[in-house]
Design a protein around this ligand. Sequence first.
Ligand SMILES: *Cc1c(COP(=O)(O)O)cnc(C)c1O
Length: 637
Amino acid sequence: MTQEQEKWTVERSERLYRVREWGAGFFGVSENGDLQVTARPDDFSEAVSIPEIIAGIQARGLDMPVLLRIENLLDTQITLLNESFLQAMKKLAYRGSYLGAYPIKVNQQQQVVEAVTRHGRRYHHGLEAGSKAELIAALGMHNDPEAVLVCNGYKDEEFVDLALHAVQLGFQCVLVVEMPNELPLIIERSKALGVKPILGVRAKLSSQATGQWAESGGDRSIFGLNATQIIEVIDRLGEANMLDCLQLLHYHLGSQIPNIREIRAGVAEASRIYAGLTAEGAGMRYLDLGGGLAVDYDGTRTSLSSSRNYSVHEYCADVIEGVMTVLDEQGVDHPTIITESGRALVAYYSVLLLNVVDAARFEPEPLPEALPEDTNIHIRHLHETMLALTRDNVQESFNDALYYRDEVRQAFNQGIISFRERALGENVFWLTVRTIAALTRNLPSLPLELEGLARTLSDIYYCNFSVFQSLPDAWAIHQLFPVMPVHRLDEEPAREGSLADITCDCDGKIDRFIEGAGVNRTMALHALKPLEEYYLGVFLVGAYQETLGDLHNLFGDTNVVTVRILENGKYDFVGELEGDTVEDVLSYVEYDTKALLTRFRETAEASVRKGLITPAQRREILQAYRNGLHGYTYLER
Ligand SMILES: *Cc1c(COP(=O)(O)O)cnc(C)c1O
């Protein structure tokens, strides 16, 4: 290879981190090695540098970690979904319309729901509430009489009354019957309040979806009504003279459905049920497909659980075609299609930015020319094993090395060798493992035992964040998120490592990274430079991560910064939310921080009395305590 061919390029970084594959056209690498983000997919002429945004955030006095929201990305996704449905309807001559309903549970943060309703307004994009609290939020955030407000979830009298009041106010507020015993309550409350409700039923389909979040479809799924129960609903409504109130059929196969065939199967079955309800005389107007529209987290465009084998355009076209095929055959009017897409709308627009605090390298010390005369026999054998290593005897040598390492440990436990000698033995062992890893690096197939060796020797980068607070799905269900450095992308990332957070928990780590259609246990990283910060981004974290997170080790909410990219390649900071202080998180777990301070004062005063500190030192110590209470829960600069 010539010098020229070896030179690292930003294109190589783009390929290595697969930015163009998972980034949906929003992310790319600039000439100078910065990660950049654009509001117009695939057009980087007015893109904004993420390191520049970080500099702006820090100039404003906010520390890492920061959850960065790029509003335009949400805007673009809402437009994409709505326009794709409208286009498909036009092309196929569909005689109904489309209405979106954003499910609040996907990201309940006020800023997010507010942004969805603001950007969705021109499409009358509505909301979906799955609990009383979400309905109360929705009613306060939203006042578009043409949008729908879908109420799923289990309901009590208070929930039902609120939804009926919403109808009185002119909201298209649909009460979806999820359980058989909700219906008598709804009928009774409607009569009591004198409100004609808009009702829906949630059907259990026999079609099943696969993937990480598939609700076990079919008869045993916990949500929804089976065929017999839906017929009972019809009969009861008929008896109450309210059959015209039943206007919506709802189903939800689960979130992140990677395979379009499963989506089509669900649509076909639901369309049949819809036609059946119409034939029974219900006042059907809406077919609500729930969520499921997936995000291509790994960029493979496959039916793997972290991907999807279809585009948004294809999803919309297939839905419309599927509905029309069944309903045209049955001579039923085309309904308003509702989808409750959450993940696909909000995943892209949040990026978790973090700084690396330190890195641990597993690098054995080089050995002296010769081992000392009196070196223990097992260490000598270990050393000989290392010297005799060739490509042809790696497995045998690895077995021997393990054996002698255990002998060394035993000798230590029996008091035969010193701690220093044991350290020498371990060092020879790691040198041996390292040599084996180097010898086997490019072999096509390896004995199972040797496969993980490179990983055992990789670095650990310690990052200023908590997996439990900011990426709960990475911890709980091993969801893959794209992770990459946001700068220095014109330099070769010469290290391999996994990421650890700053909680004191061995689960506080990221060690599964996207790599084509597989999972890599390490990722390429740049060597840390002294006195220079190194920043990483975790991408597509806008859906489900914010409120599922917990306060493990009392690391609280991160700072949140929202930016809006402008036409001219500049950007505005349009919002900032300071993360939790130590005082905040302590109060969440019921501490009275005033009482804590009082007690700490008394402890400090006792130390003055004992002559351990001076009153001036006490003052300084109390100030440090107070600063700690008011500070960020993460590491501050
Ligand atoms: C969770 C949920 C959704 C959201 O699904 P996504 O796959 O995130 O779009 C929609 N509807 C219902 C009923 C849900 O429970």
